[in-house]
Design a protein around this ligand. Structure first.
Ligand code: HEM
Length: 461
């Protein structure tokens, strides 16, 4: 026999809506519910039921792609107004998903990172120039500058387009429009059905923001077309000039625009948060920072301007462990959703319908008892190679699952490893405000209000 999926008593109609705080507190709330209600539970917000899975056994079962596929649930459907049938928001059955996936995969192989390395380094040096100016003088806003860095990096590596974020006082208009649009989409997802009607002005703003993003991307595409450049060296070139094997045609213009917007968003938000959390943990764990600095010093000595090579990134294994451990505690894309292909029973006793969405709550999976004791402790040694070999396959899922997992994973890790290494090689990190971690969520996670003081390491040590 089957049992009902655990849930707390709910009010008629509204369900649990009034129990769930909005934004990041909502995430912390569902993490607490997972601790109390177990590896699978359900909440109901008005007519909308959401299942949350977080136990290792269950997540392992849900990773089976012969039974489950990505679910484009309500929140993602809202985002389709921005990303359309681009990779991230495409329904699994939409033909453009497979076409774009096949066209773009080669641009994301480990080997392809060789082609992006120099550009990533140039942008990293812009960050260092800015931080040199602030060092010893004024604190830096970590997440804001990491956003400048990751946004410019995806712009240049993916599209040969320079957003010049470091020359700007304010965030780039695309980033401003994006964060407002995501805020609106999130609020609409959480709002009382029917109430959207009263938010006419915000809805208009949302349309304006989406139009701004589309216009900018169209401009980037137009400039490339006008240049006569037919190379396929970057994402845009591949999309414009590679025929997909099945149809012999390149992707259509509307789809290329959706992919471009998707990459500009997915390519910077999460990596920026991951870098910010890693710097937060390094600041709070001097013994870890010392080990990480020893690793970069062994490679680059006390050179003022090191010349990291492509091959160095693979040698920075402890830096990579630091990044992984940061992504364990705060996976910056905190959930992915799957649905059964047909009616089935999960966890040995819970009936779920075909197409019913099940969200994998990644931060809670990453605190599963299988990680050992003291799961809240920041300990990069969890990712020592010999321990990684023994780790169950689905215990660490910051990049999602299966075919619909993150296509940009190598890109993110290459960029983040490079930048983190350069930053800690150059600066001491000074926790001038005794920062207490506060999570901010707008689709992805960031440490809210995290500022650092920096001092150059050379000369003053
Ligand atoms: C998908 C996380 C960086 C592009 C995903 C998914 C996760 C994720 C969890 C699966 C979403 C789902 O199942 O609904 C992350 C994290 C990153 C990161 C934690 C950084 C630390 C990037 C970068 C790019 C990128 C740098 C592009 C350059 C994408 C795309 C998808 C995706 C296009 C959709 C793939 C598909 O469904 O075919 N990412 N991501 N991501 N990511 Fe990332």
């Amino acid at each position: 026999g089957t049992e009902p999926i655990p849930q707390r008593p709910a009010l008629p109609l509204v369900g649990h809506a009034f129990d769930i705080p909005s934004g990041a507190d909502g995430l912390l709330h569902v993490m607490k519910e997972a601790r109390e209600l177990g590896p699978l539970f359900k909440i109901r917000v008005f007519g909308n039921e959401i299942n949350f899975a977080s136990g290792l056994d269950l997540v392992t079962e849900l990773a089976d792609e012969s039974r489950f596929r990505k679910s484009v649930h309500n929140d993602l459907v809202i985002l389709r107004e921005i990303g359309g049938d681009g990779l991230f928001t495409a329904f699994h059955h939409e033909p453009n998903w497979r076409r774009a996936h096949d066209v773009l995969m080669p641009a994301f192989s480990l080997g392809a990172m060789r082609g992006y390395h120099t550009t990533m380094l140039e942008v990293a040096r812009e960050l260092l120039r800015k931080w040199d100016g602030a060092a010893g003088d004024e604190p830096v806003d970590v997440a804001a500058d990491m956003t400048r860095l990751t946004f410019d990096t995806i712009g240049l590596c993916g599209f040969g387009y320079d957003f010049e974020s470091f020359a700007r006082e304010e965030t780039h208009p695309f980033v401003t429009a994006l964060s407002r649009a995501l805020g609106f989409a999130q609020a609409r997802g959480e709002s009382i059905p029917g109430m959207e009607l009263f938010k006419r002005r915000q809805a208009e703003q949302f349309r304006g923001d989406v139009a701004l993003m589309k216009d900018l991307v169209d401009d980037v595409i137009r400039q490339r077309r006008a240049s006569g450049d037919r190379s396929t060296a970057d994402l845009l070139g591949r999309m414009l000039h590679t025929a997909d094997a099945a149809t012999g045609e390149p992707l259509d213009d509307v789809n290329i625009r959706y992919q471009a917007i998707t990459f500009l968003i997915a390519g910077h938000e999460t990596t920026s948060g991951a870098l910010s959390f890693a710097l937060y943990y390094l600041t709070k764990h001097p013994e870890v920072l010392a080990r990480a600095q020893a690793e970069v010093d062994a490679l680059w000595g006390d050179e003022d301007t090191p010349e990291p090579e492509y091959g160095d990134i693979g040698r920075l294994t402890y830096i990579r462990q630091v990044l992984n451990e940061s992504l364990r505690l705060w996976p910056t894309a905190p959930a992915y959703a799957v649905e059964p292909l047909e009616d089935t029973v999960i966890g040995g006793k819970y009936a779920v319908r075909g197409g019913e969405s099940i969200q994998v709550l990644i931060p809670q999976l990453h605190r599963d008892p299988a990680w050992g004791e003291n799961v809240e402790l920041f300990d990069p040694d969890r990712f020592l190679p010999e321990r990684e070999e023994q780790r169950p396959a689905h215990l660490f899922k910051p990049f999602g699952n299966g075919e619909r997992a993150c296509i940009g994973r190598q890109f993110a890790l290459h960029e983040a490893t490079l930048v983190l290494a350069l930053v800690i090689h150059r600066y001491r990190l000074i926790d001038h405000a005794d920062y207490q971690l506060k999570i901010k969520q707008s689709l992805t996670l960031k440490p809210d209000g995290f500022t650092l003081r920096l001092a150059r390491r050379t000369g003053d040590e």
